[in-house]
Design a protein around this ligand. Structure first.
Ligand SMILES: NC(=O)c1ccc[n+]([C@@H]2O[C@H](COP(=O)([O-])OP(=O)(O)OC[C@H]3O[C@@H](n4cnc5c(N)ncnc54)[C@H](O)[C@@H]3O)[C@@H](O)[C@H]2O)c1
Ligand SMILES: O=c1ccn([C@@H]2O[C@H](COP(=O)(O)OP(=O)(O)O[C@H]3O[C@H](CO)[C@@H](O)[C@H](O)[C@H]3O)[C@@H](O)[C@H]2O)c(=O)[nH]1
Length: 410
């Protein structure tokens, strides 16, 4: 089977690499000429564990181009272009533009929409492309994208024409994952409802963390016991500085405005967004509580990627905290094992970052930030991700930690 993948970002590139590795002939198309040129020279534009190796292994079955006409003989073309939220609403511009370009497909080819889109979009894609369309939302997580694509929890296939759904199901037959067949709109809803539910869960535990900070409580103890109830589950119950990344922030907002347009506003999702937006400021206040006036002092942020094992800084909490601190006249330096950004002065080791600063905020729970308590002994510390052994620190605040210990904050 020949496969096309339109949009070679975190989703498209991983999808293309995994499918090529499974033996399909794959053509990847992107409008970004530099990205395509780089890929054709073996340069991988993102950091995702295992991706470079996978791309090298599948050379020969995988080609990259900016030329849509190269898709004319594919059986299935996946759309994996971005769907940003602009002024609180989803922008479908890239998806609709890709759909028009996909008129090059043969009449029996199927378009599978992987991009996260509001209900009703797959129908529009069919109108614009004149081809049969299946909604096949993506659930991968950055940092474990290859494993998630090779072995997904479920495969959702939404559509109308059985033959088209059969074809897309066949593409994923190597996975052995449960397949759920739905309508287009159900598939599109499943994606937003899933992301929103996880975002709600995070904001919920973060509010519990706020309460714990006022009491003689540790949110980790509370969450651990809650999570032992299989109805609650321990997943996505880690209190911290809130969710970032390219999905939850934009998808919750797009889903909320979509629900409002329908006259059925998702109030719980609205509250989760609000709670999340308060997290960076809360981190700054914690640092002020322990350190006092921050102006002209040096603060180090450990972790600029929105989560560990990625170089992605989209909606990164660390960067949001950095900009709040700068507004207060703080001299901010940052360190991240993978992420690179123009917006913060970056140093190349955590040791240097910590040594140069008076205050340290742990914003991302990278593995290499665990066990660094000795480096932090003389610093003011905010453990925003609860990865430190607090008993080894002197002057600190930690998310969801309100245990009183003599001589220690709080
Ligand atoms: N990143 C994730 O973890 C993740 C997981 C699941 C779903 N999603 C969804 O998948 C979609 C893609 O996300 P991403 O993070 O991979 O985006 P991305 O921004 O990393 O990549 C998108 C790519 O699409 C290209 N593009 C834009 N318009 C195009 C067009 N008309 N034709 C061809 N290429 C075009 C861009 O140049 C870019 O390379 C979004 O809808 C997102 O919500 C993302
Ligand atoms: O208990 C938790 C779990 C996560 N997070 C934060 O939540 C954000 C998102 O994390 P994660 O879900 O692991 O990363 P993403 O790669 O953004 O993946 C999410 O978004 C993707 C895009 O839609 C979906 O495909 C995935 O299923 C969904 O998990 C990050 O900032 C995490 O730090 C927490 O604060 N506490």
């Amino acid at each position: 089977m020949r496969i096309g993948v339109v949009g070679l970002g975190y989703v498209g590139l991983v999808t293309a690499a995994v499918l090529a590795d499974k033996g399909y002939e794959v053509v990847g198309v992107d409008v970004d000429e530099r990205k395509v040129e780089g890929l054709n020279c073996g340069r991988v534009p993102i950091y995702e564990p295992g991706l470079k190796e996978l791309l090298t292994r599948s050379q020969g079955r995988l080609t990259f181009t900016t030329d849509y006409s190269r898709l004319s003989d594919v059986d299935v073309a996946f759309i994996a272009v971005s769907t940003p939220t602009v002024n609180g609403r989803i922008s479908l511009d890239y998806v609709l533009s890709a759909s028009r370009s996909l008129k090059v497909l043969g009449k029996d080819s199927v378009i599978a929409v992987k991009s996260t889109v509001i209900p009703g979009t797959a129908r529009k894609v069919r109108e614009l492309s004149g081809r049969e369309v299946v909604s096949n939302p993506e659930f991968l997580k950055e940092g474990s994208a290859i494993r998630d694509t090779t072995n997904p929890d479920r495969i959702v296939i939404g559509g109308e024409a059985q033959w088209a759904m059969d074809l897309v199901e066949k593409v994923w037959s190597f996975t052995n994952s449960p397949v759920i067949r739905t309508t287009w709109e159900e598939a599109e809803m499943i994606k937003y409802a899933s992301n929103s539910f996880l975002a709600v869960k995070i904001s919920f535990i973060n509010e519990i963390a706020n309460l714990c900070e006022r009491l003689n409580c540790d949110v980790n103890v509370v969450a651990k016991a809650m999570g032992l109830d299989p109805r609650i589950s321990p997943h996505f119950l880690r209190a911290g500085l809130g969710y970032g990344g390219s999905c939850f922030p934009k998808d919750t907002k797009a889903f909320l405005s979509f629900s409002e347009d329908l006259g059925e506003p998702l109030r719980i999702v609205g509250a989760a967004i609000q709670v999340n937006e308060e997290r960076p400021l809360r981190a700054v206040r914690m640092l002020e509580e322990v350190m006092g006036e921050l102006r002209d002092r040096v603060v180090c942020i450990l972790g600029l990627a929105f989560k560990p094992n990625t170089d992605d800084t989209r909606e990164s909490v660390g960067l949001k905290i950095a900009s709040l601190l700068k507004e207060k006249g703080v001299r901010v330096i940052g360190y991240d094992p993978m992420a690179r950004t123009e917006s913060v002065e970056q140093v190349s080791t955590k040791e240097e970052c910590i040594a140069r600063a008076e205050g340290v905020i742990v914003a991302t729970e990278w593995e290499e930030f665990k066990g660094i308590e000795d480096l932090l002994k003389e610093k003011y510390v905010v453990d925003g991700r609860r990865i430190l052994d607090l008993s080894k620190l002197k002057r600190f605040r930690a998310v969801g930690y309100g245990r009183m210990t003599e001589g220690r904050s709080p």
